[in-house]
Design a protein around this ligand. Sequence first.
Ligand code: FE
Length: 131
Amino acid sequence: MSHLHELVKSADWKSEKHVPVIDAPDTAKADEWTVISATVGKEIAHPNTTEHHICWIALHYAPEGSPVSYELGRFEFSAHGQSAKGANQGPAFTDSTVTIRAKLLSSGRLFATAYCNIHGLWESGKSITIA
Ligand code: FE
């Protein structure tokens, strides 16, 4: 193995809890804000404990024909029950879902990547048409 991308896993999100689910319209307008969400554990809940949790989700956008992707945003989930009292004794747990707004000026593909502290990197994609 010589490249990181060889370790980025993908699967059907309905049967694999690590795959980020992208919720975005199939079609949007270039001059309007488009709401884009990404969630890990939408169908099958992923653990959210001090020992096992989703650390972050990042959203990328690849315009059709573009040789590069553009990062739309990245969100770190920092509270997983940790505290001075011990693991899972803390007062806060952030869940692995994020929603952003973006203006996309051409059709392309959205990508979400998610990182589990135990099970590594996962990705998914969804095409979007800009009318
Ligand atoms: Fe995991």
